[in-house]
Design a protein around this ligand. Sequence first.
Ligand SMILES: Nc1nc2c(ncn2[C@@H]2O[C@H](COP(=O)(O)OP(=O)(O)OP(=O)(O)O)[C@@H](O)[C@H]2O)c(=O)[nH]1
Ligand SMILES: [Mg+2]
Length: 429
Amino acid sequence: MTNADSDNSREWAAQAYALLKKRQEEQKQELEKQEEQKQELEKQEEQKQELEKQEEQKQELEKQEEQKQSLNNSASSENIPEFANTLAEPELGEFDDNFTWSAMVLAAQGKKINQISLDEIDWLTKLRRGLEETRKGFVTELLDKLGDDPLTPESLDDLETLLIRADVGIDSTDKVISALRRKLNEEVVGGEAGIKFLKKELKFIIDKPITNSGTDILVPQKGKLNVWLLVGVNGVGKTTTLGKLAYLSSRSNYKTLIAAADTFRAAAVDQLKIWGERSNVDVISNQSKNADPAAVVFDAINSAKKRNVDLLLVDTAGRLQTKNNLMDELAKIKKIIDKKVPDAIIESLLVLDASQGQNGLKQAKSFAKSANLSGAIITKLDGTSRGGVSLAVSEEVNLPIRFIGAGEGIKDLRPFNSYEFVEALLADK
Ligand SMILES: Nc1nc2c(ncn2[C@@H]2O[C@H](COP(=O)(O)OP(=O)(O)OP(=O)(O)O)[C@@H](O)[C@H]2O)c(=O)[nH]1
Ligand SMILES: [Mg+2]
């Protein structure tokens, strides 16, 4: 976003807010109307019951029967939507800095006013808030140091330290600093221009593996069975992420199925079933002790074929007796899939907990060596100061980031968007 566009965008944001407000008002009125109708129906239902009682007591059946009939007709509540369904949508908050920033980020990506949704605003607000901790130790200090003065070699040294501290990784930091140094040798770079250049360089690093993969946004391919394996060490958020993905997928009308292939942890199946219920997606499992994960996947593929499933999500164990077992098991699962559905599209997605910083990066490297990964999902970006690790994953493990999670709720996961990520990471300017 350039500064010149800024005023226009603010105006745009105000218009978008007014539109959403109006839409929400209308929805609210509609809901109130429905609620009134519901109450009216309940009243009628009570009356009906009362009449039925009278009917038993009195002999004048005919007249009362008529009344009952008419109430019966109007008391059918089938087409009254459940209040709870609509409550799940986010509420429009204040017209504040969060809204303006989110709307401006959407506008900068070419969104039209009537195309933006409260879900998008809500997510961007969450993402920006989530990256606040990373920003605090990084951008705020950076801006303090840079001020409005042109960049100097010394300020680049400071920036280098800050990037490393935010877990951006040595390689990515080197790249960015070298690029800035080259620019600095050619021209005077003001503070604001420096940030803009920094954003561009960071985005370039994150985009590289995505561009190389040939797929901007990972979605299931129609007409084929897509199998997404969620892998990673214990506790990083595999099962939670799978639950959120099941929701996203079924909401986008992909026929979805879950395979509970973490047979190591006793509670894993129950945890998945809860997520399955929330998103209305079936879970294939084998409750017997020490069930073979590959056998669960075998059963799940059979079901998936029968039901014409688009996307099979496979939850895997994060911990086994030894690390080698884990890799062997993943290999075995893949073999089964290859054998049963050779034309299936398999994605092995490494789930990484951002709050683990450099440790997470080490895990990514060791998994990448043996597990034939095709992408990464970064979780727990809310409330960590190490969101920068996403850059290290792109640069040092060369994995395209496919989704990011910023919260424990079902909607707290989105397809990865590098522009939004970098804007949120450096949101103070
Ligand atoms: N704040 C936050 N918490 C998360 C996020 N994703 C997952 N969690 C939490 O992290 C914890 C572990 O999540 P799980 O999904 O069980 O992790 P897992 O990788 O399946 O763990 P194992 O099955 O034991 O290997 C849970 O308490 C989740 O609620 C996130 O994006 N943000
Ligand atoms: Mg799990």
